[in-house]
Design a protein around this ligand. Structure first.
Ligand code: SF4
Length: 677
């Protein structure tokens, strides 16, 4: 498409699909003029969920694609690490240099001295896990446990339900009770909002469980604001209450579930009164939720990723996902749960990347430790792509220290000059999804889309698929005929689902394809657990072994007298994780409840220092009634320019791990705040 002749000065609208890290996978209409993107809107005629609107984040894509922070050429460091001084080099020079560095690292220190580091920055299934994985697998590089998000939820959903598809966003309109737990669909996955509104217009009740009084929480029929990390005891109390009041669906449990007796036993200590006191919510509110949930049908729980980001995250998610099984909420449209629907699409990238060697695994939440302490061998070459590691991972000061190592060669392959790129030895310019072919699969919306480039590549930017293929060839770990063309790679990925022809027909016809179970599957009617015997495993053995003291155990709040406030860092309407952070120059503010501010002599707008044993952040305070006392909030995805000292919430986040899945414990940061002069 990008190669087609365009009349100068004439705007053309072209189709695309959003592959960013968001459940909705919107269909896009992109307006292009003189080879530049001038406008991005939601399409009406493809992914039905998009329905003609998109988020404010992606509407600013033209500034992201053509903005000042765009990386236009390969660049080699000339100044100190972190100084952000580079000189331009050519692509052939960059590929030759990098290939020689990769070979040198492998031959001198062993393949495991190479650490690839990536997450869902800006790309879909073609750009990640294909030629990049081929390169690193054949070099024998360390493997990355990609755990910064969705690791505990993924582990739990897999063990309990085999990642069974969840309730489709559209089917929320059919629910009579909607429980939004640890999610904020007004800023993340925004297309859930119209069905929620539709359900409420028909009389459905809305419950929001969130330590913040978000705008959605303020509209809810019931809002519970638990202490961060205490969700698990609320869910266990609901389970206990269902059994105690004779409203557990014993027939369903007998027919479809394993482990419910032990779950019941572990929920036993959590009376409503005790759970409410532990979580810091009103006992009457928790009792009201128990009654609503037991008595209303269809009832759906939207479990968000906010629930997982603490020491009890896996157990909390497990207890929440157990609710519809215990209460017998499946089997009707609008009843059940939604977490991630990524299990609906089972691409096997191994068809391109080949087998995975059993090299060491590095948890991405421990990047700082990996760069500063890992031995045998130490990390000598760090390759960051689709990630702004310094902004997004816990224990930021340790990562910064690691990136400053003079014996570490760091490559950052990104579309924009991120905080991490400032520490790179070599920066490579990546295309955005508007400049290359990509597949986009929803993990909320049940859609798969394919899109080609709508504009020429900006500057000398190149797609991941192509650059990693070139590196594999230059490093001598693959031959040209082992690497499929992009077109063949897409064909192979589609074929790996077992429904290649069908998907191609749907994509060529209406422009989007649906998974086998359709776009609005009913749980336990159209889809079933992909587990042994298609049963729900309410106490999966592996998770029970992994969790300290076993699954469904509450580990107490890590607050101390010195650091009594819980710091949370939720998503906002401005960035997708840290993507688009460069478009927001305005300084971040720490939201603090009026009572906590008054106790510290802090007024709105005061300069404050937020600190703990992991680091400190200097910024301005925003006195707010939008969160519970004892909780302070800094936004997720901040960049160094958002605070006075360049540190963000992740400078205060410990690199401890969740009870299962090795996830990040961002919301276990406990801090204090002091007013600065
Ligand atoms: S980020 Fe989400 S809501 Fe925004 S355009 Fe992409 S898919 Fe749609």
């Amino acid at each position: 498409m990008a190669g087609e002749a365009r009349l100068p000065g004439v705007a053309t609208t072209l189709p695309s699909a959003c592959p960013l890290d968001c459940p909705d996978a919107c269909s896009l209409e992109v307006t292009v003029e003189d080879g530049r993107v001038t406008r991005v809107e939601g399409a009406r005629d493809r992914n039905p969920l998009t329905s003609g609107f998109i988020c404010a984040k992606v509407r600013r894509l033209p500034e992201h694609v053509h903005g000042e922070e765009r990386v236009l050429h390969p660049m080699l460091r000339t100044g100190e690490k972190g100084a952000g001084r580079f000189e331009r080099i050519t692509w052939p020079e960059a590929i030759a240099l990098l290939a020689s560095r990769l070979i040198e690292a492998r031959d001198r220190f062993g393949g495991e001295s190479i650490l690839p580091y990536s997450y869902g920055g800006s790309n879909g299934p073609l750009s990640q896990g294909t030629t990049d994985a081929l390169l690193f697998r054949r070099l024998g590089a360390s493997r990355l446990a990609r755990t910064v998000c969705a690791a505990p939820t993924g582990a739990v959903a897999t063990a309990m339900y085999g990642k069974m598809e969840g309730v489709a966003p559209a089917d929320y309109a059919e629910a009579r009770l909607i429980v939004v737990w640890g999610a904020n669909p007004q800023v993340s996955g925004i297309h859930l909002m119209p069905p929620i509104r539709a359900a409420r217009a028909r009389g459905a009740k809305l419950v929001v469980i969130d330590p913040r009084a978000t705008p959605l929480a303020r509209q809810a029929d019931l809002h519970l604001a638990p202490r961060p990390g205490a969700d698990v005891v609320l869910a266990l109390a609901l389970i206990r209450e269902l059994f105690e009041t004779g409203r557990a669906d014993l027939a369903f449990l007998a027919a479809h579930a394993e482990g419910w007796q032990e779950l019941r036993r572990r929920a036993e200590p959590w009376t409503v009164a005790r759970a409410a006191a532990t979580a810091g919510v009103a006992e009457g509110d928790l009792r009201a939720l128990a009654a609503l949930y037991a008595d209303t049908n269809p009832a759906v729980v939207r479990c968000g990723w906010g629930v997982e980001r603490n020491r009890n995250g896996g157990s909390a998610v497990a207890a929440i996902l157990a609710l519809p099984a215990v209460a017998g909420k499946f089997g009707v449209r609008g009843g059940g749960y939604t977490l991630s629907n990524s299990g609906a699409w089972r691409f096997d990238a191994g068809v391109i990347a080949g087998p995975e060697p059993a090299t060491r695994v590095v948890n991405m939440n421990r990047l700082g430790e990996a760069l500063t302490s890992l031995a045998d061998p130490p990390v000598r070459l760090l390759f960051v792509y689709d990630s702004n590691a310094l902004a997004t991972s816990p224990h930021q000061s340790l990562i910064r220290r690691g990136l400053a190592r003079t014996d570490l060669f760091t490559v950052v392959f990104d579309a924009v000059a991120t905080d991490t790129a400032r520490f790179a030895d070599l920066v490579l310019p990546a295309t955005t999804f508007l400049e290359h072919r990509e597949l986009s699969r929803g993990y909320g919306a049940f859609v798969l889309q394919a899109a080609g480039p709508v504009i020429p590549r900006v500057g000398e930017a190149r797609p991941n698929y192509e650059v990693f293929a070139d590196l594999a060839l230059a490093a001598g770990v693959a031959t040209r005929d082992e690497i499929p063309s992009e077109e063949d790679a897409i064909r192979l990925l589609l074929d790996s689902t077992g429904r290649g022809d069908e998907l191609r027909d749907e994509l060529a016809g209406r422009g989007w394809a649906t998974p086998e179970a359709g776009e609005r599957p009913i749980q336990f009617v159209d889809v079933h657990p992909r587990t042994a015997g298609r049963r729900v495993h309410l106490l999966p053995e592996a998770l029970d072994r992994e969790a300290p003291e076993g699954l469904y155990r509450f580990r107490d709040d890590p607050a101390t007298a010195e650091y009594p406030l819980a710091l949370i860092s939720p998503a906002t309407g401005r960035t997708i994780s840290s993507t688009f952070g460069q478009l927001h120059p305005e300084p971040a503010r720490l939201a603090i409840h009026a009572s906590d501010a008054a106790a510290r002599g802090i007024a709105d707008g005061d300069r404050v220092r937020v600190h703990n044993e992991w680091g400190e952040v200097v910024c301005r305070a925003q006195v707010s009634d939008g969160l519970r006392p004892g909780v302070v909030e800094l936004p997720k995805g901040l960049w160094s320019h958002h605070t006075e000292n360049g540190a963000t919430a992740n400078a205060l986040a410990p690199d401890t791990l969740t009870d299962v899945g090795g996830g990040a414990c961002f919301n276990d940061a406990r801090v204090d705040v002091e007013r600065l002069g």
